[in-house]
Design a protein around this ligand. Structure first.
Ligand code: ZN
Length: 394
């Protein structure tokens, strides 16, 4: 195939345009994936922070302890100085981050390890970056301050399969009283290492497997239609769609460890891609559902997937055959039906009314949508059109 265009740059060299746009793809996190890889934690801590490492371990208060995993982790890390912060909560509030940052500072720990779901990893990620960036965490969400320095090393160990926080450069802060949510994001915030051990996801309850799985599944669609998508993120998104289409229902219905393991892999691949091409419209519409009704993140994100696919499909028609092939369908209508089928089989809701959201909530919800996230959607959407889309989901 011939070149489509040649241009001359300022220095006189010839730029040959092959019709493939230039893109940059960034993934600095080392990913250690596989059954039993949690056993390598202390080895990876030593590689990261040396034999005299002082570990700041971030976990939630309950699940890890109940599974018996916490005891084995504490024993494994016993050869290092260790400070355990077990107070992570869902929907990380800024004051909790500030408390954990202060606890890390007081401890003098030089490496952060986070083991848990998305909120645990987000908290640990913020502790690591704010170790060398002063001031309240909220300032970095509102833009009053900007991340300027790399943090201390951070090892992320997910126990759910869907937040993908173990391979992304962002963490989210939630303020329910103010009905606000802010992302803190910077290239310095990628975890140093992600340990993705599918065994850790085995004990995840089905509803959590469903919601977290649909989060990463939806993110792959958003990545695929985003104007920031590129050949590398597209290849990853298609793999994620295929893995979830073939495994999520089995994973949510207790049909075996293999399906769970495939979903753990899919979640990580999803994050590797979308941290470069960015979740957008479904995530934007999820925010009011979570802030107003406390809807779980994955459920809130997934409820608009079918409608948003319908909206964006005409703008990416050249990319649809590969997407249908990955999803195992042959048309847009089949794709929307298949998405709803997967959600229903996993016990998730496909209608807003079933999430306690009615037409009276519409205007407030539209006020709370972070519209900037729609800038990378391939078809522009007005507030009125968003209103119609959400109404179609009541
Ligand atoms: Zn998400």
């Amino acid at each position: 195939m011939g070149c489509r265009d040649t241009r001359t740059c300022k220095g006189g060299c010839t730029i040959i345009d092959h019709g493939v746009p230039n893109h940059s793809f960034y993934m600095p996190t080392r990913i250690v994936y596989g059954q039993g890889t949690l056993a390598r934690l202390s080895e990876l801590v030593e590689e990261t922070a040396g034999p005299d490492a002082h570990v700041f371990l971030v976990t939630g208060p309950n699940n890890l302890k109940a599974q018996g995993t916490l005891d084995s982790v504490l024993a494994d890390l016993g050869r290092f100085e260790l400070t355990h912060y077990g107070g992570a909560l869902p929907f990380t509030p800024p004051n909790l981050v500030d408390d954990a940052v202060e606890a890390r500072r007081a401890s003098g720990a030089n490496v952060v390890v986070g083991i848990g779901g998305g909120s645990v990893l987000d908290l640990a990620k913020l502790v690591a970056i704010l170790a060398s960036n002063p001031g309240p965490s909220l300032d970095y969400g509102t833009g009053v301050r900007r991340i300027g320095q790399p943090g201390i090393p951070f090892i992320a160990v997910p126990t759910t399969s869907g937040s993908s926080s173990e391979v992304t450069s962002a963490a989210r802060l939630w303020l329910f009283d103010e009905q606000e949510s802010y992302a803190v994001s910077h290239l310095h915030m990628y975890p140093t290492t992600a340990i993705v051990d599918p065994d850790l996801a085995l004990t995840m309850p089905s509803d959590l497997a469903a919601a977290t799985g649909m989060d990463a599944f939806t993110s792959a669609f958003e990545s695929y239609w985003a104007t920031e998508s590129q050949p590398i993120t597209d290849a990853l998104a298609l793999r994620v769609v295929r893995l979830y289409a073939q495994n999520l229902e089995d994973s949510c219905n207790g049909a075996g460890a293999e399906a769970r393991a495939n979903c753990a892999l899919a979640a990580t691949i999803s994050g590797v891609g979308y941290t470069n091409s960015h979740p957008n419209i479904c995530h934007a519409f999820s925010q009011p559902l979570t802030l107003m009704k406390g809807v779980a993140h994955g459920q809130a994100v997934a409820v608009s997937l079918g409608a948003c696919l319908k909206w964006n499909a005409p703008a990416i028609s050249h990319k649809l055959p590969a997407l249908w092939e990955a999803l195992g369908v042959e048309s847009l209508d089949d794709a929307v039906t298949r998405v709803e089928q997967i959600m229903e089989h996993c016990g998730l809701k496909t209608r807003l009314e079933d999430l306690g959201f009615g037409s009276d909530d519409m205007e407030t919800a539209l006020d709370l949508v972070p519209w900037y996230r729609l800038k990378i959607v391939p078809r522009e959407m007005s507030r009125l059109q968003a209103h119609s889309l959400l109404e179609s989901l009541l």
